[in-house]
Design a protein around this ligand. Sequence first.
Ligand code: ACO
Length: 320
Amino acid sequence: MSFKVIGTGTCLPQKVVTNDDLSEFVDTSDEWIFPRTGIKRRHVCTTETLDDLAISAAQKAVEMSGIDPGQIGLVVCSTTSSDHPIPSVACVVAGSLGIECPAYDVYIACSGFVHGLEIADGYFARGRAKYALVLSAEKCTRLVDWSDRSTCVLFGDGAGAAVIEATDDESLPMRGWTKAGFELTLPGQPSKSPYDQHPADYGDSLAMNGRAIFRFAVKAINKEVKALAAEAGIDYHDIDHYIFHQANERILSFAVDHLGIDNDKVVRTIQETGNISSACIPIAMDKLNREGKLHDGDLLCLVGFGGGLSVGSCLIRWQS
Ligand code: ACO
């Protein structure tokens, strides 16, 4: 892979809902949620649409990049929670930036941002684009059953974006794989066809087997970190920043212990945002970037995992 990140951006909705707020209408408590998940609060859409979040995050990333939006040759948006599958969120974002390049959404849950980077990398490899806007926008709170305490406390809304530029520098590994599984499911719209005799198998809200996801997640992180390092011919302890999907603090802590890596190298946003599916990784990268923690030459390791079940991972060399 040869690209560099030249701009990042985040947009979170204004309204913040704490664990105590949730306990006013769901049978739960901060005492249950925080120790098991690491989540204290999450941002929740009220007046904002998902498009609003995506456009704002994209604008911030483009502004930081310093390029003219017309130079962008591809827009890829990861989402599984858009308000409208058509037009795609990516099309709406491209329109807001006044550009007419290919623009489409990818639909692979929490690993989607990394897969978006890989798609862009393919465009770069074929000389189809010099710059790409890769973003993730998620409104998870529209998908959960707000009377189900085992899921509604986990998720939040937000968008993260990155502008990347093709380079001729070292090619670093990217990986992706799936293991079909129904540990995390999300129903589509009920069929309107009078001929369709297939029942809606997936309930009416997001559903998950939390313990199975936990086991999958910790194995995926362990496997990806070691595989990426092996492919790059480095010791994974030499990675400077680990940007893992923010599903659960216990998953992150387990990875730290299991891999024996420096806890401070693993970025966290989960306490403030909850799980925002595929938007977690670009938001965490933007946080590190805007806090001035990413330095020229730093090696970043991104691992996304989730519904599908799916995994996407890559190494990125930071260039400032
Ligand atoms: N508040 C209070 N009690 C609760 C809550 C809640 N919010 N949620 C569940 N409980 C109760 C259950 O009703 C159950 O009670 P019971 O024993 O009386 O029946 C008890 O707590 C245990 O429930 P479990 O669902 O077994 O809870 P578990 O210990 O597995 O913890 C958790 C749930 C934190 C989600 C855990 O499974 C986990 O860490 N999963 C990791 C995966 C994850 O976080 N996924 C997020 C989305 S997927 C992704 O992004 C890839």
